[in-house]
Design a protein around this ligand. Structure first.
Ligand code: MG
Length: 300
């Protein structure tokens, strides 16, 4: 039997060897890769939260205020506005991050699961044409009628897999979004989403949302590191009440998470998903957020 003292000695040696990078054979986890390029803070807004009405008005606002990317709605907007949007994006430096909308692959009725797949296939084609990072999905909301084990397996090998393959064929991805435990009974951790994306294969990625992560993750930095090169998108909000970052600075601490993004060389979008405090001036609050998040990024 291994004595405690021997165990401590063995652990200490293993730890030292790991620190020196010489314990590959003994290491249970993969080393964190050194980023090929340094990380960048590419700030992004969701379409309906951008001040302005016309497409060009919104895109002008983003460019004038230092944003680098835009996040789109799925469904009706995508089908009706994609052409005009694509034209308005010509000769701009903005990139198209993800598209975000509701999804549910947990129906017991197989025909309903198929309908959910069929609904997203043409949207992936449009997102590919727009050179979008991908389509945000979460396999289930509050309850899982099909059962957890079956849903996870069905998503990884069937519904999610076929969507990911279709996405890859059209130059985009599906983007798994971990949510809070009250919102979905699994896929609560970035690491879990990353392992699902890895199992699905080509066309599958994961994202992290600071708001959900604050509740679920033991370390935002660790969570982003575990996303690694499968991390394709980030949502951010005030950690006080899911309103705009920076308006509650005592709560809005993102340095730990940003450090994780820097370690993995993340260059995707960091997109504000949240509300505006009652009576607040949207434009001024967005401009203050840009300054605040840049300061947090510098501190990381
Ligand atoms: Mg989100």
């Amino acid at each position: 039997m291994l004595k405690r003292r021997d165990f401590l000695t063995t652990s200490a040696l293993a730890g030292f060897a790991a620190l020196c990078g010489t314990a590959r054979a003994a290491a249970a986890t993969k080393p964190v890769p050194v980023p090929v390029q340094p990380a960048e803070l590419n700030l992004c807004l969701q379409w309906n939260g951008i001040p302005g009405k016309a497409i060009n008005e919104k895109l002008d606002f983003l460019e004038a205020n230092g944003f680098k990317a835009v996040e789109l709605p799925t469904g009706k907007w995508l089908f009706e506005q994609a052409e005009a949007f694509k034209k308005a994006m010509e000769s701009r430096k903005l990139t198209v991050a993800t598209a975000c909308g509701p999804s549910d692959f947990s129906h017991t009725d197989e025909a309903k699961r198929e309908a959910e797949v069929a609904k997203f296939l043409p949207q992936l084609e449009i997102l590919g044409q727009l050179k979008s990072v991908g389509l945000i999905l979460c396999p289930a909301r509050k309850s899982v009628p099909i059962g957890f084990e079956k849903l996870r397996q069905d998503f990884i090998t069937n519904t999610g897999k076929r969507l990911a393959q279709h996405a890859a064929k059209h130059g985009t991805n599906i983007v798994l979004e971990p949510l809070r435990r009250e919102e979905t009974p699994f896929l609560n951790l970035v690491a879990d989403g990353a392992s699902m994306a890895r199992d699905i294969g080509a066309g599958a990625t994961v994202m992290g949302d600071f708001w959900h992560m604050a509740r679920e993750e033991t370390s935002s930095m660790g969570a982003f590191i575990s996303g690694g090169n499968l991390l394709s998108h980030v949502h951010i909000a005030s950690l006080k009440d899911r309103k705009i970052p920076g308006w509650a600075p005592r709560h809005d601490q993102y340095v730990d998470g940003f450090r994780g993004l820097k370690i993995i060389g993340y260059r995707g979008a960091v997109s504000f998903e949240g509300g505006i405090p009652k009576g607040g001036d949207r434009v001024k609050l967005i401009q203050a957020m840009v300054i605040y998040l840049r300061e947090q990024w510098e501190l990381a």
